[in-house]
Design a protein around this ligand. Structure first.
Ligand SMILES: [Zn+2]
Length: 480
């Protein structure tokens, strides 16, 4: 068995065959830091974080690079509106991005290169292309000569004559060919600029990624990730710039994720239908939010709907509840790992198939059902059953927390802290319920239990008397 990934370039699922055995180098196009992250951004973050964690789980030594685009038209525009320097805007939103990623339980990149820190590398690549006659300078701007690169269009499978770069019309009369795109833009008044052989100016967006990926991961690194909306022109141009200059292969695999949709449209800042990622985290919590992102295979579109997030809250709660009950029943028994093997194999088989997260989560539901079937015997003290549920709970936590980043253990630790604060009160209320039961006043006993349930406290009656814990409250549906 080996990991198979769908490669956009080859339009096929292909076995992962790294450049160096046992290692995996991954580059992800990072944020343009000019606004806070929204739920659409969270999908790429979670998909690539799970890819990275899963590669680690499968034994690969992973190097994960995600850049920060800290110089770009939108940053300059925002800075002008706020009457501050573009670097102020970029710094503020870089901090905010990193903090939100942290809350989303996304591991920080091993390397987080900033575009403004790599201007020399970008200029070096541009100069190589000019020297090879694959780029040209006009009035301080430098354009890539698209028709000089025969492989142009291979990623997006477009015909050269059907393509448009979507750049400023301003450039149109200065380009040799409308298809050419800017790698270096001459300085405009009040804009940040760097000296260069072609006069003061700043880099274009596409050259940033070509230069930073090659610098930090080298030629022919393993996996380049990004949203499907970046295939053309951004990724097509990244390939062209690198491969036109150096030959060889820029990236061995292209993994793209589908968009998050709001109704029938893509969730995007320009359409104005975004939900802030920090707000979604606050509302649904990190585990449920990540489960929602993983509820669709990563290449397919995913529609934002609060009912689906409520479903994810329920799944998260089911997993947490099983771990809690299993640990309570198992006590300090030595786990019996044999019982988990088929569940581990099923999870790996699902993930190996192009990171099929919905299928992988389905295997975890089977694990929990299997565990719940043994829980009765374990709670009754059956030694073998206790060892089995202990192993199943440990495996569930290992997979959910290490690979999927759901934070089951964190949730349980937070619940335990809350429960220890509530204990004096709840124990008192339960004592009065026990007294009502002893007096055969079942109406009062039931009313007390209903009040606790309404307050988010679940009471379970067992042979040793009642046991209670706090349940996650499912937030009500959003007005849409
Ligand atoms: Zn990029």
């Amino acid at each position: 068995m080996s990991l198979v990934l769908y490669d956009t370039l080859r339009r096929d699922k292909v076995p992962f065959d790294p450049r160096i055995e046992g290692e995996a180098s991954v580059y992800v196009c990072g944020p343009t830091v000019q606004a806070e992250a929204h739920v659409g951004h969270g999908r790429l973050a979670v998909v690539t974080d799970v890819l990275r964690r899963y590669l680690g789980f499968r034994g690969y030594q992973v190097t994960f690079v995600q850049n920060v685009t800290d110089i770009e038209d939108k940053i300059i525009l925002k800075a002008r509106r706020e009457q501050v320097a573009p670097a102020v805007v970029a710094t503020r939103y870089t901090h905010l991005w990193n903090r939100t990623m942290d809350t989303l339980n996304v591991r920080p990149p091993d390397i987080q290169p900033f575009a403004t820190g790599h201007v020399l590398e970008m200029q070096g690549l541009i100069q190589e292309l000019i020297d090879q006659d694959k780029a040209y300078e006009v009035g301080g701007d430098v354009f890539f000569r698209v028709r000089s690169f025969p492989g142009y269009g291979k990623l997006s499978r477009r015909q050269v004559d059907d393509m448009q770069q979507g750049e400023d019309v301003v450039d149109a009369d200065r380009k040799e060919d409308p298809l050419d795109f800017a790698m270096w833009k001459s300085a405009k008044p009040d804009e940040p600029s760097w000296p260069s052989p072609w006069g003061d100016g700043r880099p274009g967006w596409h050259i940033e990624c070509s230069a930073m990926a090659a610098k930090h991961l080298g030629e022919g690194f393993d996996i380049h990730c990004g949203g499907l909306d970046l295939v053309f022109p951004h990724h097509e141009n990244e390939i062209a710039q690198h491969e036109a200059a150096h030959g060889g292969t820029f990236a061995r695999n292209w993994v793209h994720n589908g968009m998050v949709r709001m109704g029938d449209e893509k969730m995007s800042k320009s359409i104005g239908n975004v939900v802030a990622l920090a707000e979604a985290l606050e509302r649904w919590g990190v585990g449920p939010l990540r489960l929602w992102y993983l509820s669709a295979q990563h290449r397919t579109p995913l529609t934002f709907a609060s009912e689906r997030l409520q479903d994810a809250v329920a799944v998260h709660q089911r997993f947490v509840t099983f771990v809690r009950s299993a640990r309570a029943a198992a006590g300090d028994v030595t786990p019996d790992p044999a019982v988990g093997e088929r569940h581990r194999d099923a999870f790996v088989a699902a993930m190996d198939d192009d990171l099929n997260a919905p299928a992988a989560v389905a295997t975890l539901h089977e694990l929990v059902s299997d565990g719940n079937d043994r829980l009765g015997r374990a709670t009754a003290g059956d030694e073998a059953a206790r060892a089995e549920v202990a192993a199943l709970a440990a495996l569930l936590v290992e997979i959910c927390d290490e690979v999927l980043g759901l934070g089951l253990d964190d949730t349980l630790a937070q619940a335990a802290a809350l429960e220890s604060r509530l204990a004096p009160m709840v124990d008192g209320v339960l004592a009065s319920r026990e007294k009502a039961r002893a007096d055969r006043d079942f109406a009062t006993a039931d009313a007390i239990r209903d009040q606790l349930t309404a307050a988010g406290i679940v009471v379970e009656d067992g042979p040793d008397g009642p046991r209670w814990y706090t349940a996650v409250q499912v937030p009500p549906a959003l007005e849409e």
